[in-house]
Write a protein that binds this ligand. Structure first.
Ligand code: HEM
Length: 538
């Protein structure tokens, strides 16, 4: 008996396999061999030379900055994808991100768009310039001081809650199941991360949407979200119409959205709809992105139904006008309020948590900070520190900056496209269209700038090292026209939070030997931060 004949079937599989091989060669191998950008000799992981999938996988696993940092042990330049070069050189910041160099955000940022582009994910230069012009004066030093009462209000609520925990701790009580706190040896032991999330969300929710979520008071991650975006958007044009809401954990959906977008953004645009449809992890992220948008839609709609004379971010956005004197329409207003909620919430809470962790780990630094706080605020009856006093405290500033350096909430290299004419960066020429980034995590560990003990938390280094080098290398808020527009508000919040909290309480780590676990999406986030806390005698 002869071998079975596969006839047409055999020819067909050969054609499919050959076509597949040709597509792989055309899409992945040819660009590598032709090397139009002249980056073939740049070292990097083997797979990353041929496909974006390597970076997509690393991003989805949540430790991108640490992985890229290790790769930079090979040198200043690392190829992270067929068209993406990471440059670990503080001098490169001025070239890649500076005003006037013409580089734009890459298509990474398209993965962050939900209802409408906001100032963060608008890539077109003119559109961004228009938005930024309307928004930037809202975040001037003078303007953000008008927001101080909201910061004080919600911080006061946090102190009330933490005082209760301290009292419970002294009595040796424990929280109910799921609350995660217990008292032992006069201390209360608990995870401070969720509380910082509640605080940051309440402050920014109050500022961006005109009412807080009430998370601190409820001690719970919960916020109203529009039940149907389509129905909610149908109310645009009728500010009196009510939007039907349901309740979601906002902190969780914000985290899921950041992880999803940061991994999706490094993949080619044609793969993205397929992943959204067929891959469960990406599908969940897509749902969270929609829910987060629903949160902004519901909140802005509620605010417009009940006009008020409050001064907050939303009222300032409503008053803002472009060069033609036109205010923002409701979709744009909603998108900007959402941008501020996203950009101004877990950035601040993760930073506050990291500062608390490093001060709890380093009792000497904590005592030194408390001495400075006692001297400056000792005569004050008000438990909440005022901006007027805290802005002048050097050790407080160094303690905050040292934690932002080490933890780096914004740690990944933010991708920018080389403009027409190309760019010379750190001694190498990159032609138009190459994607470049400078990883903050790695330059925050540059021994030339920071000294040889880069992994140690030592606020003192801010007084010892060369100030020009520090100014050039410290990059928590990025640099140039796309740098953080909310930096003044972020600094105000961090200074008031940390001064108030460390003046009132002392912290130790529950398990000082345990690694400070983080998970990175767009931001580098602590996973938890279990501390012991007690009231100070002040
Ligand atoms: C410690 C807290 C914060 C950190 C570390 C931080 C960091 C950053 C960074 C690194 C960027 C650049 C992102 C990129 O290019 O992809 C950025 C952009 C931005 N941040 Fe912040 N941020 C913080 C707090 C805030 C706050 C409180 C707000 C406002 C409520 C805010 C609003 C924004 C906006 C709107 C952008 C986009 C600006 C643009 O593209 O023109 N941020 N932030």
């Amino acid at each position: 008996m002869g071998l079975p004949s596969f006839g047409f079937g055999n020819d067909y599989s050969t054609i499919v396999l050959s076509a597949g091989a040709l597509v792989i060669i055309a899409v992945h191998v040819l660009p590598y061999l032709v090397d139009t950008r002249g980056i073939r000799t740049i070292p990097g992981p083997w797979f990353a030379k041929f496909t974006d999938a390597w970076l997509g996988r690393v991003a989805a696993r949540g430790h991108r900055s640490e992985v890229v940092h290790k790769l930079h042990k090979q040198g200043t330049f690392v190829r992270l994808a067929p068209n993406h070069v990471s440059i670990a050189d503080p001098d490169a910041l001025q070239t890649v991100y500076a005003h006037g160099n013409g580089s734009l955000k890459s298509n990474f940022y398209d993965a962050f768009v939900s209802i409408h582009r906001g100032v963060f994910n608008t890539r077109d230069r003119a559109d961004h310039g228009r938005k930024r012009k309307i928004i930037s004066h809202i975040f001037s030093l003078k303007s953000v001081l008008e927001f101080e009462p909201y910061i004080r209000l919600h911080l006061g609520e946090l102190l009330e809650q933490w005082d209760k925990l301290v009292e419970g701790g002294k009595k040796g009580l424990s929280g109910k199941e799921g609350e995660g706190w217990f008292g032992k040896d006069e201390w209360v032991w608990f995870d401070c991360l969720p509380w910082y999330n509640y605080l940051a969300f309440d402050v920014i929710g109050d500022l961006s949407f005109g009412s807080p979520f009430g998370m601190v008071k409820a001690a719970k991650d919960i916020a109203p979200v529009a039940r149907s975006q389509t129905d909610a958007m149908a109310t645009y044009g009728n500010d009196k119409a009510e939007v039907d809401v349901e309740y979601f954990p906002a902190v969780r959906i914000l985290n899921e959205r950041g992880d999803y977008s940061a991994s999706m953004g490094v993949l080619p645009p044609w793969v993205r709809p397929l992943l959204k449809k067929f891959h469960p992890w990406y599908r969940k992220g897509c749902t969270s992105t929609a829910n987060l948008a629903g949160l902004a839609i519901a909140a802005v709609s509620k605010r417009l139904r009940t006009p008020t004379d409050r001064v907050d971010l939303l009222s300032k956005l409503q008053q803002g006008k472009d060069d033609e004197g036109k205010p923002m329409g409701r979709p744009e207003l909603t998108a900007e309020a959402l941008t501020q909620l996203i950009a101004g919430s877990d950035t601040t809470s993760n930073s506050s948590c990291a500062i608390t962790y490093y001060l709890a780990l380093n009792p000497k630094a904590q005592s030194k900070l408390q001495e400075e706080l006692d001297e400056a605020l000792g005569h004050e009856d008000d438990p909440i520190a005022s901006s007027e006093i805290v802005k002048r405290l050097p050790y407080l500033e160094a303690s905050i900056n040292e934690a932002l350096r080490l933890h780096s909430p914004s740690a990944i290299g933010l991708p920018r496209i080389v403009p027409e004419g190309g760019l010379h960066v750190s001694g190498k020429f990159f032609p138009e269209g190459t994607v470049l980034s400078v990883p903050s995590y790695t330059i925050h560990r540059d021994p030339e700038t920071w000294g040889n003990d880069v992994e140690a938390y030592r606020p003192e280094r801010w007084f010892e090292q060369d100030q020009v080098g520090i100014q050039k290398t410290f990059n928590p808020f990025s640099y140039g026209p796309r740098a953080c527009v909310g930096k003044n508000l972020a600094n105000l919040e961090l200074q008031i939070f940390i001064a108030t909290i460390f003046r009132r309480y002392t912290f130790v780590l529950e398990n000082p030997g345990k690694h400070f676990d983080t998970l990175e999406g767009f931001l580098r986030k602590p996973v938890s931060c279990r501390v012991g806390m007690k009231r100070r005698e002040v």
